[in-house]
Design a protein around this ligand. Sequence first.
Ligand code: ACO
Length: 333
Amino acid sequence: MQGIRFCATGAALPHTSISNEALSQRVDTSDEWIRSRTGITARRIAAEQENLTTLASAAGRLALERAGWDPKSLDLILLATSSPDDLFGSAPRVQAQLGASSAVAFDLTAACSGFLFALITASQYLRTGAMGRALVIGADQLSRWVDWNDRSTCVLFGDGAGAVAIEACGADQDGLLGFRMASDGRKADCLSLRQVASRQELIPGISSQLGGFEPIAMNGQEVYKFAVREVPAVLQELLKSTGTKPEALDWLLLHQANQRILNAVAERLGLPEAKVLSNLAHYGNTSAATIPVMLHEAVQAGLVKPGHLIASSGFGAGLSWGAALWRWSGPTP
Ligand code: ACO
């Protein structure tokens, strides 16, 4: 079995930023309410010329540049998204924009767990030796699916994309030390972006369903309770199964949903705040993009360095959740 090397990152955020104050022109909310309940101060919203594909491609291109890879050397592009430009898949359009003509490209849908699930999925192709290089992208444009009149959800989300370049390496240099993934579809209604229920009559007596989706619906308190229960539990299982003490971790890299969730998970693991990566104040919850965007910023800022041990967890709609333990390598010299 091959090892997995974590080589480089990229990210792309829309330029347009909406502050809490600005949003309070639209819905009955306040900067104080949003900051104290979530830690969010602003979110980015895709402008007219931006979309899921352009953001994902920009993030992917940067990761390829930082890795020093020819796009044609890629074998796989896995795009985690729940808000594609095309329901048949946006990954092939990203492949075309990157000129990664040898790569197979497809989408993976798992909401805020999407990036973590995609990273683990892509790693399996590398481990077996079936593929050599993969680009894992997490991207979402939830601004197109938020009800901007619903103050209980619209303040939380934003748009963005992040990417990580990984490649197969010798088993002795393996950087993916363990992972866990879980789903509970019985709780799917806690957080959903559902197909509309309307139908159209085709011919007398026969109707078909109309395409289209309802805006995001969420039971915030249930999602909060789920996150602070399952995320520490799955991380603790992962640390135990890999024989890792929490104090050996350099960083905790969680899905950036809410600062209160991040703090609660760190407290349960006994980790100091200084080890918890957080940028959600600026971007809100960008769903599948939060983990790779945060990783990119931390690598760029020199916080995450080659050799650092990172415990990561994604969680959200599905309900779904998971965790992975990895050692950051950086590009090969
Ligand atoms: N501004 C002002 N008041 C608001 C707002 C707002 N934006 N939103 C709700 N309120 C009001 C409510 O109407 C309610 O008023 P009432 O008491 O008069 O009825 C009051 O604030 C309290 O509402 P709660 O929903 O109980 O507020 P809570 O403290 O639970 O905070 C929050 C809500 C922030 C959404 C919290 O439940 C949470 O963070 N949940 C997790 C959500 C999350 O992270 N979702 C994403 C998961 S990841 C993914 O897969 C997308």
